[in-house]
Write a protein that binds this ligand. Structure first.
Ligand code: SF4
Length: 284
């Protein structure tokens, strides 16, 4: 194998390792296949033109996880052409920690969002939080400070957390993508696909009892759905054995204050689930 190709392959394998993908199948007839799915016998033409590919292993889906999903409302994931949803290709990392995940991210340049960022916004809060908030991506204030939800929308989220009788240090807050999308646009599918395995590892480490998705991007990413958030906002959903609720993003509430009441109803359900005392009156 030429040295340049070997280097590229090593970089690619390091990248998959950082994402938690550890097992690869080598097909000796065609080399390594860079896709998920079953290895197929190559045609003579494929063998000539695609000598280097990797087949990622199909993960085992545990029957207990499927049974748990059946008890609550289930959103059918959009299955990629490979036959796998996004997270099914990510293997659990043994003895993973938030520190290890942050180290693996490093000074990440794996997607184009690195070009405009100042600071990577990894996440903030308790590594043992029962409640995890997942947003979309950092904004300008977050990009400058390296902390999630510290701008105007962040202040509103802090107020919401405090209205629940908690403090920010009691929960964990992170985003689907760790770098600020330019002009605060929504992260693009390739950026989400590249960065969200780190989110999955964060969730696996923290093991929260409840996940609250703030806005459509977080909800659609975790649930792997194209359905609009209004179709399932405020409903308890099962996600990999955990309870998940999607609600509106605080930035949406800044533009549409009338929707605050809906979000407060959602958060009251979360409080009940966590055994928190419900306040007598709604926060302003
Ligand atoms: S958004 Fe995620 S994958 Fe993209 S550069 Fe930042 S840390 Fe890396």
């Amino acid at each position: 194998m030429p040295e340049s190709l070997q280097q590229k392959l090593e970089e690619r394998l390091r990248y998959y390792k950082d994402l938690g993908i550890r097992l690869f199948y080598r097909n000796r007839r065609v080399g390594i296949v860079l896709r998920t799915g079953e290895a197929k016998e190559p045609s003579a033409e494929q063998a000539t033109h695609r000598p280097q590919e990797i087949v990622l292993p199909r993960p085992r889906v545990e029957a207990s996880a499927i049974a748990a999903n059946a008890r609550l409302q289930r959103i059918e994931p959009v299955i990629a052409s490979s036959g796998l949803s996004l997270f099914e290709t990510v293997e659990k990392v043994q003895d993973d920690t938030l520190l290890k995940i942050r180290d693996d991210i490093g000074e990440c340049t794996r997607c184009k969002l690195h070009k405009g960022r100042h600071k990577i916004v990894f996440g903030d809060g308790s590594a043992k939080a029962q409640l995890l908030f997942v947003g979309e991506g950092p904004g300008a204030d977050e990009d400058a400070q390296g902390l999630p939800f510290v701008g105007r929308a962040g202040k509103l989220l802090t107020q919401m957390i405090e209205a629940m009788g908690l403090q920010r240090k009691d929960v964990y807050i992170c985003n689907v993508v760790k770098c600020r999308p330019p002009e605060n646009r929504a992260p693009e599918p390739d950026e989400v696909a590249t960065c969200s395995p780190y989110l999955l590892r964060q969730i696996d480490v923290i093991q929260p009892k409840v996940i609250v998705c703030l806005g459509a991007v977080a909800a659609k990413t975790l649930l792997q759905t194209n359905r609009g958030i209004t179709q399932f906002r405020g409903e308890w959903l099962e996600w990999r054995g955990r309870k998940l609720m999607a609600t509106y993003h605080p930035a949406y509430l800044l533009r549409n204050p009338n929707a605050k009441g809906e979000v407060w109803k959602d958060l009251q359900k979360v409080m009940a689930e966590l055994g928190l005392q419900l306040p007598k009156k709604k926060p302003s």
